[in-house]
Design a protein around this ligand. Structure first.
Ligand SMILES: CC(C)(COP(=O)(O)OP(=O)(O)OC[C@H]1O[C@@H](n2cnc3c(N)ncnc32)[C@H](O)[C@@H]1OP(=O)(O)O)[C@@H](O)C(=O)NCCC(=O)NCCS
Length: 194
């Protein structure tokens, strides 16, 4: 999911996933997770230490994050380049920010964030992995940690918007589309009746 919106273990059975809205509504499918197990620890497929031995540093929070470099990753995956000042403001209003720094180049190579009310609900946005570093588990590592952090805080309703081609990435992480028939809706100026 982007600013349009990251567990080898699936969410526990008590976690019920459900639908909600993306920045590209026409192409995105809303998926979500709701859990009654707030505070439960969450298993990770790879430890921070193991990531470090592979040359990656897991960062929590936006401190030290170069927004131009982040923009470059967005652009590299096909997301639009954004005004860095707007990204800065968006991050200020974001509850959980996770990114992976490539130690050698000091560049961000994976990123995801979650906004929400801090108690009940969160939405995950801007899940990206630099194309040169895709397919080696960074996306999974980052979503696992984001889910872990939200669940630890007791946040039980976690949603995201997924491009159809990425549904298969999110499903093993515990997300489902349209659970119990719930459908996401996104406000669309284009479709608003005059
Ligand atoms: C989608 C994305 C975040 C995945 O990150 P990644 O680091 O390449 O994925 P990982 O290496 O962590 O893959 C974890 C697992 O998901 C699978 N997977 C990855 N991308 C997938 C996809 N598009 N569809 C189905 N499965 C996928 C992997 O095969 C792997 O499976 P395994 O655990 O059985 O080995 C990354 O490809 C990306 O940034 N894509 C472009 C931006 C984008 O589409 N973001 C999501 C917007 S909704």
């Amino acid at each position: 999911m982007l600013l349009r919106g990251t567990i080898s273990a699936a969410l526990p059975p008590s976690v019920r996933l459900r639908a909600s809205p993306t920045r590209t509504p026409a192409r995105a499918v809303a998926v979500g997770a709701s859990s009654s197990c707030g505070g439960r620890d969450y298993p990770l497929s790879i430890s921070d230490a193991a990531l470090e031995t592979r040359g990656f540093v897991l960062r929590r929070g936006s401190e030290g994050l170069d927004l131009d470099e982040l923009n470059a990753v967005f652009v590299a995956v096909g997301f639009p380049r954004r005004d860095p000042e707007k990204i800065r403001v968006a991050l200020e209003h974001t509850q959980a920010v996770l990114w992976v720094e490539h130690r050698k180049s000091r560049r961000p190579v994976a990123f995801a964030r979650a906004t929400g009310d801090g108690v009940f609900n969160a939405i995950i946005w801007d899940v990206v992995v630099d194309p040169s570093f895709q397919g080696i588990g960074l996306g999974k590592a980052i979503i696992e940690r984001l889910l872990q952090e939200l669940l630890r805080r007791g946040i039980s309703n976690i949603a995201l918007y997924s491009e159809p081609r990425v549904l298969g990435f999110y499903r093993p992480l515990g997300f489902v589309a349209d659970p119990d028939g719930i459908r996401g809706m996104v406000y669309s100026k284009k479709h608003k009746k005059k």
